[in-house]
Design a protein. Structure first.
Length: 256
């Protein structure tokens, strides 16, 4: 599995950098993503451009992975669509809008891992989608301060308004009681997705089973730390330490 996962990662990592890193303009970022998508579809047709050595290496490896593992190009198109959205969208009005973003940005990764591991099961796919979305949402709540610095707020605006939260508090690097309430609502929804995501952990075998146990437990642990800290990510961003790793390892062994 490792070479195939590495090929997928190289494709996605580079595209993510086009969307988020450096000092490119919006137009330049979108143009690079368009070119990346063109190269993707050319590679599936057996053509890899030689004008860029690094890109040629990425798409030579990815094309082999797609052929060997019979991967659907639409999963990669979904990822690129999400990266484009990162360039142009700074707020999400509803939960539906945010979950649709996760459907294209996080869920394809889980499905690709399942395909590389040899799993093609709609039930596992659905559970994997729930887990991947939960992990991405947890990262959003963990990175509220970082994302604010980039001009982004991922908490749905309908939740923000219902809690009476004000972005001026974020500008002042403060998690007010209203923002704490909004993030608690967000965390509660995320927890339910983690619960729905247990099925894929129980439904796979081999090394992947252990990796997914650790991933699930790590995500839930970060969510717990966020709640325990009152979501005050401006004071300290929750992160897993060696003590958490030991606890996660123990709980993975005792998984029920």
């Amino acid at each position: 599995m490792r070479p195939h996962i590495a090929a997928i990662y190289a494709f996605a990592r580079t595209a993510d950098d086009f969307a988020d890193e450096g000092v490119l303009t919006v137009a330049e970022r979108l143009a690079r993503l368009d070119d990346w998508q063109a190269r993707l579809h050319e590679s599936t047709a057996g053509r890899v451009r030689s004008d860029d050595f690094d890109a040629a290496n990425v798409f030579t490896a990815l094309a082999e992975t797609m052929r060997t593992c019979d991967l659907d190009v639409s999963l990669f198109d979904d990822l690129l669509g999400a990266f484009r959205q990162d360039v142009t969208v700074r707020r999400y009005e509803t939960w539906t809008d945010l979950l649709d973003y996760c459907r294209r940005s996080a869920n394809p990764v889980g499905r690709l891992v399942l395909r590389v591991a040899g799993y093609r099961d709609p039930v596992l796919d659905a559970s994997s989608d729930a887990l991947c979305t939960a992990l991405q949402l947890t990262n959003f709540w963990q990175d509220v301060a970082i994302d604010w610095g980039k001009g982004r707020v991922y908490v749905p605006q309908e939740v923000v308004r219902a809690a009476g939260a004000d972005e001026r508090d974020l500008a002042a690097r403060t998690i007010s009681p209203a923002w704490k309430n909004a993030l608690q609502v967000a965390a509660d929804g995320t927890r339910r997705l983690f619960d729905d995501g247990r099925g894929v952990v129980d439904g796979v075998g081999g090394r992947l089973k252990w990796e997914l146990r650790a991933t699930w437990l790590g995500g839930v642990r970060i969510l717990h730390q966020l709640q325990s800290s009152g979501f005050d990510v401006f004071r300290q961003r929750p992160a897993l330490k060696w003590t958490d790793a030991a606890l996660i390892g123990w709980r993975a062994l005792r998984w029920r």
